[in-house]
Design a protein. Structure first.
Length: 267
């Protein structure tokens, strides 16, 4: 399955984004063609999982796929809890940062090591464990990936096991917007990096409309800390289906370790 061809290249080549992740701070924005700017919460992404994040992660089930993992705060937290977790991102800097955080978090907390990895990959490209993930996360506005929520949710439904759980973060307003954006930084806000790429912004009502078409049913929705979330389930298979084997979901990856003991799947 393939997504919009510019999505991976645009993010991967977005130098302000790479610089912001490596420094751990912004400001950083997505800029629409009309000049409107969407602030990106770089500092929060580069910090540890906060109480709102942890509440979301408490709801995760089994093996977790974090789509658009960024610098890996959620992947590191889940691995420190002993979970099987894979973070995917189209940015090299994000994958490297996630690998470093995995090693640091697991060592520092002294907990049982989970099976945590990061992979340089688009959600629309082939992924390990397709159809066997217990939980998929679309956090931090990642419901906008590819600019086509219907296609993204259909893809997520394909990745989940029967009855699997999607947790998506939405906007706290009723919006359903498509735009082409560029990544810009505070140094030169008028300069976009790379080709514009498609993005979407959704509130919960729009998410639920598209989810229904993808065979995902709403379970619950909630708001905390000024952020909004919805949990949905994939269609269930017959009760006689064999349960998924979560520990085997990402075992097919060939791991490489660019720094210390941080595991990163080979591209």
């Amino acid at each position: 399955m393939s997504g919009p061809p510019t999505t991976r290249l645009a993010w991967a080549a977005a130098d302000p984004y790479t610089s912001a992740l490596r420094s751990g701070r912004g400001p950083l924005f997505l800029r629409r063609a009309d000049g409107w700017l969407l602030p990106l919460e770089v500092e929060r992404w580069c910090a540890r999982a906060d109480p709102v994040d942890r509440e979301v992660l408490d709801r995760c089930e089994g093996a977790v796929l974090d789509v658009g993992c960024g610098p890996g705060r959620l992947v590191a937290e889940l691995a420190a809890r002993g979970r099987t977790v894979l973070g995917i991102d189209v940015s090299d800097a994000a994958v490297e940062h996630t690998a470093d955080r995995l090693g640091s978090a697991l060592c520092e907390r002294g907990r049982e090591r989970g099976d945590g990895r990061a992979l340089h990959r688009s959600v629309f490209e082939p992924l390990p464990g397709e159809g066997r993930w217990d939980t998929v996360l679309l956090m931090d506005g990642n419901i906008g990936i590819g600019g086509d929520p219907a296609a993204l949710l259909e893809r997520v439904a394909h990745l989940l096991r029967p009855g699997g759980l999607l947790i998506a973060e939405t906007l706290p307003v009723d919006v359903d917007e498509r735009a082409h954006v560029q990544v810009v930084d505070v140094v030169d806000g008028a300069r976009g990096t790379g080709r514009p790429f498609a993005w979407a912004r959704l509130g919960t009502p729009a998410l639920l409309r598209y989810a229904s078409g993808a065979g995902l049913r709403a379970v619950t929705q909630w708001e905390t800390g000024g952020r909004c979330f919805a949990a949905l389930r994939a269609r269930s298979a017959s009760s006689s289906a064999e349960p998924p084997k979560s520990t085997a979901v990402i075992s097919s990856q060939r791991a490489r370790k660019p720094s210390g003991d941080s595991p990163v799947a080979a591209r």
